[in-house]
Design a protein. Sequence first.
Length: 309
Amino acid sequence: MQVLDKIKRFPHPTAVALGNFDGVHIGHARLIATLKSFGLESVVYTFKKHPQNVIFGEGSVLTVNTNFEKAKILDSLGIDTLVFDDFTRVRNMSPAEFVDDVIVGTLSAKAVVCGYNYRFGKGGEGDAKLLSHLLEEKGIHLTVIDEVTLDGVPVSSTAVRQALARGDMESAARLLGRPYFIDSTVVHGKALGRQLGFPTVNETFESGRFVLPYGVYFARCIIDGKKQFRAVVNVGVRPTVNSTDKVPTVEAHIIDFSGDLYGMDVRVEFMKKCRDEQKFDSLDALKAQIEKDIKNCREYFDGKEKTNN
């Protein structure tokens, strides 16, 4: 998949999907499947920053995924080209100008797909109905994807964030169509886990990203897109061993793995929240709890494997 961080003019006809695609949930997946059905170069047009974070300030919307992760998911869905445009470049365009300049003039769209609640143009004054009318004038068909529901609940990025905020990783996974994950390069930590006898790999939450509730999670770690391992993951500020640093981190103890992962790409897929983060009276008490967490993690995955078989 080609990823463009600046929009360019496409010399041939394309099929274009419009939206923020935060989380790339099962509703987005249905939209992508429709996009690919046209048999044209499939282009997803979105923005580097969520429009609400540009309009109302950073942190107005905490995103489910980083752009790096979003690109990986869309690539797995078979998209040909992903465009991350600068929202400030188009925010003051009228709906008609956006269609003329961006959708037709630059993206060379012959087919367009969007969600039922898509908004565009200055002040978000354009909706799917207006977009259909503007495109129809140019002989371009618009396909609008209706609301997708799961157990009676509308599927949306907001619903995903609500599930994550509850620590309900199972519901989030059903909405997303995959486990919620963090995919980044392993950074150096303070080696406190190693001192306790449980070496960990450390990752961070990118600025502006939704931070999971502090706690311990059962997870699956995928190393360089290949090998899979079970893991016990702590999200939080490690209150037993840390009294000053309040920046949350992701520390994953990968079960039955030994080796150096610094600088390598590791995906942490969060399967289930085990317990809240807590402060222990001693390092021995913390170590005993970690041993218990590892035992519970093994039992959790053993149970899932038996169920799947």
